[in-house]
Design a protein around this ligand. Structure first.
Ligand code: B12
Length: 314
């Protein structure tokens, strides 16, 4: 027996992430990853002793960048075979992941990064009460979410920072929104809106921001929080005589899940109930099922509500 031990006992660490975890993290299907591997030679995973695909960290980083370039409209054939340096250059040229200069937003991100959460929450509430709900949503909440996401993608913030950010942002938005919602209740403001996300879409800040703007447009809003099963949406629509269901889809939600969810919901709801969708999912820019309307951002909400009111016999 040798002092060094039997070489067969040595555990060789296989540093890699499995296909299911990586597909979930990046917002792709496992099939897409396998097709890319066959067709474009990337990603090129290692294999576990059991033959399962394992993706090393540098390929995960490149995949994240690939996904964001595809979301911005680049084609897989033009992107997948390139080196990470070329992709970073391409991202810079097409503005993917670039933040507009804003010292106040940078300061908020620094507070989050350094763990000064009390200061972060205070600064958010101060800005919100100083500027008012609409300006806070448009000038702070929306661009700060994008900044936090970019910092996470660049590896300068971690997932727990994203959680702390979401928590603080939700509290701030709800604090400002509550008195408005209370005052709107019972005033019969139409369209009567139900706001949520579908199962699988855990990002809930976009729909909360939309709720703020719909409330300012004097719509009565029923916010259900994220991830409501389809049948519960249908039940709530009937019970509360809802005119429009508003849904949010981030880029993390797989395209197929967005289309299938919308098609099914459309078939379950009465034709007179509108479905309005928003958020950064690239699927929303393509053809949507009939009877589903894309509202391209928060500022077009006023116009969309005005058109609905004009068309509706109230
Ligand atoms: C906070 C956050 C989280 C939180 C969410 C907590 C919560 N309670 O919401 C947590 C930590 C849970 C999380 C998890 C993940 N996240 Co995340 N997250 C974010 C972040 C920073 C903000 C999320 C958000 O709510 N965005 C939604 C709103 C604010 O943005 P928007 O979609 O562009 O919508 C705008 C408008 O269109 C409008 N709008 C939105 N909805 C609607 C609806 C209607 C009707 C209307 C009219 C308008 C409207 O409002 C917004 C304002 O400009 C984003 C960054 C970003 N740029 O969004 C990343 C981001 C969405 N996450 C991302 C990823 C990858 C993930 C994870 C998969 C991995 C991870 N980071 O841990 C997981 C898993 C999530 C899953 N599978 O469901 C990626 C998606 C990338 C991609 N292309 O696939 C992003 C873009 C980060 C990045 N830059 O890479 N996340």
């Amino acid at each position: 027996m040798s002092d060094a031990g039997d070489p067969d006992d040595t555990v060789v660490p296989l540093a890699g992430i499995g296909i299911g975890a990586i597909a979930h993290e990046i917002g792709l299907t496992k099939d897409t990853l396998r097709v890319w591997e066959r067709r474009y030679g990337f990603p090129r995973p290692m294999r576990s002793p059991g033959g399962e695909r394992l993706y090393p960290q540098e390929q995960v980083t490149k995949l994240r960048l690939v996904k964001r370039l595809l979301d911005a409209g680049h084609r897989p054939s033009k992107v997948l075979a390139q080196s990470i340096d070329v992709l970073q250059q391409l991202a810079q040229e097409s503005g993917v992941g670039q933040d507009a200069p804003d010292a106040e937003l940078d300061r908020l991100v620094s507070l989050l990064r350094s763990g000064a959460y009390d200061d972060f929450r205070f600064e958010m509430l101060k800005r919100a009460t100083r500027d008012g709900l609409e300006r806070f949503v448009l000038d702070v909440a929306a661009p700060l979410s994008a900044r936090v996401g970019n910092a996470w993608a660049a590896g300068t913030l971690q997932v727990y920072h994203e959680h702390l950010f979401s928590e603080a942002m939700q509290v701030t938005l709800r604090t400002l929104l509550r008195p408005l919602s209370d005052a709107l209740r019972g005033r019969g403001g139409r369209p009567r809106m139900l706001l949520t996300t579908l199962t699988g879409e855990s990002h809930g800040l976009g729909i909360l921001m939309a709720e703020a703007i719909f409330s300012l447009a004097e719509c009565e809003c029923l916010g259900l929080g994220p991830q409501t099963p389809l049948h519960d949406i249908v039940d709530a629509v009937a019970a509360h005589k809802v005119d429009v269901v508003a849904l949010s889809f981030s880029a993390a939600m797989p395209a197929q899940a967005v289309t299938n969810g919308l098609t099914e919901l459309r078939s379950l709801l009465p034709a007179g109930v509108g479905i309005w969708v928003g958020g950064s999912s690239p699927v929303l820019r393509r053809k949507l099922p009939d009877g589903v309307e894309h509202v391209p951002g928060l500022t077009p909400i006023d116009e969309t509500v005005a058109s609905w009111r004009q068309a509706a016999v109230l």
